[in-house]
Ligand binder design. Structure first.
Ligand SMILES: C[N+](C)(C)CCCC[C@H](N)C(=O)O
Ligand SMILES: O=C(O)CCC(=O)C(=O)O
Length: 424
């Protein structure tokens, strides 16, 4: 013990430091932590800020710490504090905490990572780049509708979710080519995320569109809802029909879908143009649903300045490590929806020029044959993809083209994965 810290040597070459106050605040006993909800019952702010351990002992199950008496109160007694000012639990008895060794070693409070701290990068995700157009989507991940929806067990659903997490997209052959079956498929994962576009959508090109998606124009690779604090997590498209206007018995022309693994494209940018990667990871941009029915310029970003194109998880190590593909968790890119920000975002002309140079290279990479996957969707084979990772777009088309689909929230997808023991 040294200056209010407990130092534990794990005989692995690692000695980790635990401030006494931090240890007391994380006591796992059933008095300090609710036995079934595991929520903190201990009122952190009744712990003596200068608390010191009375004694520590190494035991087979973990580090045992004895605390001095009156070292804390539980939140319930804290709430009654006014009622009986002098009454509080633990006043006259010491408190003992036992911290399991595994927990201690995997929860270091300070940045020096213990050898057992889980990798900061998201679970391994396999990046895909160019796929021979002739082969797509046969060699892209697919799980049959019946295995997902009708399966007697969850094996098909688990494969479906695992593919979405690992590859960022999955095709679903054998889906009845109708909105109801498509909605059932989405709801096997999570409830549909409603937006200003509605809940489950079924759309074609139309006059007075509120978004270029409702035209027959080409759309460059982009992610959706970049103007939300929490962009849509998954997006599903099911092309129900595409016929010629002149002769409905003939197929319509064009309208191929495009997809890019944004994580693979970002890794390419990082390795070949590190300055561009840093610019897209640093400067926030703002965007809006410019024609939304909810009132033009719909932007609900919590951050006034918006968010960078490349967004990273912020493990404690990130204070020392620059953003890199290892901690990239979300891509926000829709150059059609980008706005001149109401709140200045660039410190100077140099930074603004650097951002545009980076965006130019990023847009070039996304459209390059190495990264752009072009697939003509078919009725009966919808595709679902991770809208935080996979960019999507569309080639121009002629004729009447009907697509249905929906969004889900990313947290709902992740929660479903975890409920099925899929590591995300
Ligand atoms: C709803 N549906 C997918 C058909 C159209 C959505 C348009 C999304 C628009 N590009 C944006 O990022 O807001
Ligand atoms: O029509 C399509 O295939 C894609 C439309 C699109 O990109 C979108 O809705 O964001």
């Amino acid at each position: 013990m040294a200056n209010q810290e407990v130092i534990v040597d794990f005989n692995t070459g690692t000695a980790l430091r635990y401030p006494s106050f931090w240890l007391r605040d994380h006591c796992p006993c059933s008095e300090c932590q609710h036995p079934s909800t595991h929520q903190r019952q201990l009122d952190t702010f009744t712990i003596d800020p200068e608390i010191k351990v009375s004694s520590v002992r190494s035991t087979p199950s973990g580090l045992e710490v004895v605390w001095p008496n009156s070292s804390s109160r539980d939140s319930s007694s804290h709430e009654n504090a006014n009622a009986n000012a002098n009454t509080s639990t633990n006043t006259n008895k010491t408190h003992t905490s036992v911290y399991p060794w595994e927990w201690l070693e995997t929860h270091p409070p300070f940045v020096q990572a213990s050898k057992k701290t889980p990798a900061t990068a998201a679970a391994v995700q396999r990046a895909w780049t160019h796929v021979a157009p002739s082969a797509a989507p046969t060699n892209l991940p697919r799980v049959a509708y019946s295995a997902i929806v009708d399966g007697p067990d969850t094996d098909g659903l688990k494969r479906f979710l695992q593919h979405i997490h690992t590859y960022g997209l999955c095709f679903v052959p054998g889906t009845p080519a109708n909105p109801a079956a498509t909605q059932t498929l989405v709801e096997r994962i999570a409830h549909i995320r409603a937006t200003h576009y509605g809940g489950f959508w079924d759309f074609t090109s139309e006059a007075n569109p509120i978004d270029t998606a409702y035209t027959n124009d080409p759309l460059p690779p982009h992610t959706d809802t970049t103007y939300f604090t929490d962009p849509a997590g998954l997006q599903l498209f099911h092309l129900l029909s595409h016929t010629s206007l002149q002769d409905p018995s003939r197929a319509g022309q064009g309208g191929e879908s495009t997809f890019v693994d944004g994580f693979a494209a970002a890794a390419h940018l990082y390795h070949h143009f590190p300055d561009h990667y840093r610019a897209l990871a640093t400067y926030p941009i703002t965007s809006a649903a410019l024609g939304s029915p909810a009132g033009a310029f719909l932007n609900t970003n919590a951050a006034l300045q918006g968010y960078p194109v490349l967004n990273h998880s912020s493990p404690s190590a990130s204070r020392v490590a620059a953003p890199s593909p290892a901690t990239l968790v979300q891509i926000r890119w829709n150059n059609l929806d980008r706005l001149a920000p109401a709140t200045p975002t660039f410190p100077n002309h140099t930074a603004l020029k650097a951002w545009y140079a980076a965006a130019r290279e990023w847009a070039r990479i996304l459209e390059s044959p190495e990264f752009l996957l072009t697939v003509k969707l078919q009725p009966g084979e919808p595709v679902i993809f991770d809208n935080w990772r996979v960019l999507h777009g569309r080639l121009a088309f002629e004729g009447k083209r009907r697509v249905c689909g929906a969004y889900t929230a990313m947290d709902d997808f992740s929660a479903k994965c975890r409920s099925l023991a899929i590591e995300v």
